[in-house]
Design a protein around this ligand. Sequence first.
Ligand SMILES: Nc1nc2c(c(=O)[nH]1)N[C@H]1C(S)=C(S)[C@@H](COP(=O)(O)O)O[C@H]1N2
Ligand SMILES: [Mo]
Length: 231
Amino acid sequence: MKKTIFLSLLLLFSFSLVGCLNESYVTPIKNNPDAVTKASPRNHTISLDSVEIQEYNGEKLDLMADVLDLSIKGPQQVNINTYELEITGFVEDPKNYTYDEVLQLQKYSKVVTLNCVTGWSARVLWEGVLIEDIFDEVKVKSKANTVIFHAYDGYTTSLPLQYILDNEILMADKINNVTLIPERGFPFQLVAEDKYGYKWIKWITKIELSDNADYQGYWESRGYDNKADIK
Ligand SMILES: Nc1nc2c(c(=O)[nH]1)N[C@H]1C(S)=C(S)[C@@H](COP(=O)(O)O)O[C@H]1N2
Ligand SMILES: [Mo]
């Protein structure tokens, strides 16, 4: 019995080591606190240091580990080798992206606060791709007015198309320069700034363009405001 516990601990420890070694590049980000910041292309970045940043432009950030996970089914383990992001619905050219294909898009970063309705919040540096850049590739049809996001755990949420375009909304693959861990929504979490946490869908698998402005996602259909504007 003791031996089994020891062996499991050893296994866990080795896995966490592998996790650290995997994170072998860090994307440098230009110092522009004002707007969405363009990150350098991946192939220009080689850095062996993978320490989570704790400060950005003089501002102290929260740590990735400080963020709570209260998701409906707990952290999802997404197999990145078979993962696909499906873009579907009212688009001219529906497309499935692999993880690497998504990360070929221009990277952006910004510091944004996530506020959960239950009262906690976390202010961190998000890095990812612009949803609008994906939409440019698949060509959104004019009758679409709503974007419905689907996740690996069956969770869904929606946002007005205009909100996504007007606010340069990101789909993040990194927090504080570190690739998302399963608890944080690996491979992608939506950075739905100015909206409550239940719009910040994690483990995104599908983005659907729709004309159903009244669509209600998981928490929305359970009584939470569909606008979710932070008061
Ligand atoms: N797929 C999925 N995404 C989800 C949830 C969930 O249960 N499943 N919970 C939401 C809620 S209520 C909050 S507050 C945020 C929390 O994000 P975090 O774990 O990065 O802090 O995730 C959101 N995204
Ligand atoms: Mo939440």
